[in-house]
Design a protein around this ligand. Structure first.
Ligand code: HEC
Ligand code: HEC
Ligand code: HEC
Length: 318
């Protein structure tokens, strides 16, 4: 915030003490409340061009537009809030005097004067000479939509767009886009997705959103022709006991495998021949080879005995 609420309040009280008009002191007290309590939804300039506004429905009111509000109506909203919206009642949070002050401030500053209140990027606020980034301002204010096709931008705007994407978007998000695109998934991104159950390696059940998951691709059991009986046994052992972590295709790029630390190994790079890399991945028999590696691991475990390896031995059918 440009000015701490407390210091502005103090300045306002001081000003009042010095005999400056009371309503000016009240205005400054109102500004302090506003710049602490309201700006992140309604905007420093009261125009509701805030990140919060991009998430909220209904959106915070733009005080500079629409039917003019008076202080009494503003005060009533502050006291009672707006049920079912992000506009909560401020009763018990700020005093009646503060409510009256901020209501007067909103009416005076935004509804009537359409004044800018305060800028955020000022030297006091730790942004000296922010004007040097002016080329990117249109993308921060929404004057130019961020998804305007690049060919339609002139050289100046292209520079601005690049700067905006590098240095401003982390706070400003996109001030305006022409096409909002599909809504982001509101689902939590947690395991299990798509009704996945351990041991259930059937084809993924697609749905409009989660079938976009790249992880699901790695839980499809590869069809491998011409396996020897030993390899076949290894395959069913692998799918029953190992695929949960290493993925049905052995890559470890399934959901669980990706998020384990350390990550479940990509067994397609772990062949007897140590033939790693793209060549091994493109080989249709790669899965057979990693199953082979699995069988070897199993054999080693039976031979070796002790420690964590015993867990692998226990997985063997009698
Ligand atoms: C650390 C977060 C942050 C970064 C980074 C940031 N801004 Fe801002 N910017 C804000 C906030 C907060 C506001 C005030 C929004 C409001 O009016 O409520 C703001 C407001 C603005 C405004 C309106 C005038 C003003 O100063 O309040 C412009 C123009 C602007 N930013 C441009 C930029 C540009 C260009 C960049 C990149 C070079 C940038 N900003 C980077 C947080 C940021
Ligand atoms: C968390 C976000 C948020 C904060 C913080 C917030 N508001 Fe709001 N405000 C809203 C939303 C959303 C609406 C629109 C409600 C609706 O459409 O009914 C709104 C509506 C209003 C209205 C009603 C305008 C009308 O059309 O009658 C006033 C007045 C108002 N806010 C003032 C304030 C003041 C003053 C503060 C700070 C003391 C504040 N708000 C803080 C989100 C917020
Ligand atoms: C609970 C999850 C989990 C299961 C089940 C699992 N693994 Fe692993 N596996 C891992 C992780 C994690 C690593 C990587 C460990 C590391 O990098 O230290 C790994 C590593 C490996 C390696 C590489 C070992 C090395 O030293 O490089 C092989 C081979 C392997 N697993 C085979 C199997 C086989 C065969 C099965 C089934 C019998 C199996 N895994 C079951 C999680 C699992």
């Amino acid at each position: 915030m440009k000015r701490g609420a407390a210091s502005v309040l103090a300045a306002a009280l001081l000003a009042a003490g010095c005999g400056v008009r009371d309503d000016e002191a009240q205005l400054e007290a109102g500004r302090a409340v506003y710049n602490y309590r309201c700006y992140f939804c309604h905007g420093y300039s009261g125009d509701a061009k805030t990140l919060a506004a991009t998430y909220l429905e209904p959106k915070p009111r733009d005080f500079t537009q629409g039917p003019p509000l008076d202080a009494a109506a503003i005060l009533a909203t502050l006291k009672h809030g707006r049920e079912g919206t992000a506009m909560k009642s401020f009763t018990g949070i700020i005093s009646e005097r503060e409510m009256a002050a901020v209501a007067a401030f909103v009416e005076h500053e935004f509804v009537r004067r359409k004044a800018p209140n305060t800028a955020y990027h000022t030297a006091d606020n730790g942004w000296p000479d922010h004007q040097r980034y002016a080329v990117a301002y249109p993308f921060a204010t929404g004057a130019v939509a961020l998804d305007t096709p690049v060919e339609q931008l002139d050289a100046h705007q292209r520079r601005g767009r690049t700067l905006f994407l590098e240095a401003c978007i982390s706070c400003h998000d996109r001030a305006r886009v022409a096409d909002e695109g599909p809504a982001w998934s509101s689902r939590p991104l947690s395991y299990p997705r798509m009704g996945f159950q351990p041991g259930d390696y059937g084809p993924p059940k697609p749905d409009a959103v989660s079938s976009a998951s790249v992880y699901a691709q790695h839980d499809i059991v590869p069809v491998i022709e011409g396996l020897t009986p030993l390899e076949k046994r290894g395959e069913s052992l692998f799918q029953a006991n190992c695929a949960f972590c290493h993925g049905a295709d052995g890559t470890g790029k399934n959901w669980i495998g990706q998020f384990m630390e350390p990550k479940a190994r990509d067994l397609t790079l772990y062949t007897r021949e140590h033939a790693g890399g793209a060549a091994a991945r493109d080989d249709p028999r790669r899965a057979a080879r990693h199953l082979d590696a699995g069988v070897e691991a199993r054999a080693a475990a039976s031979r070796g005995g002790g420690g964590g390896r015993l867990r692998v031995t226990r997985l063997l059918p009698p």
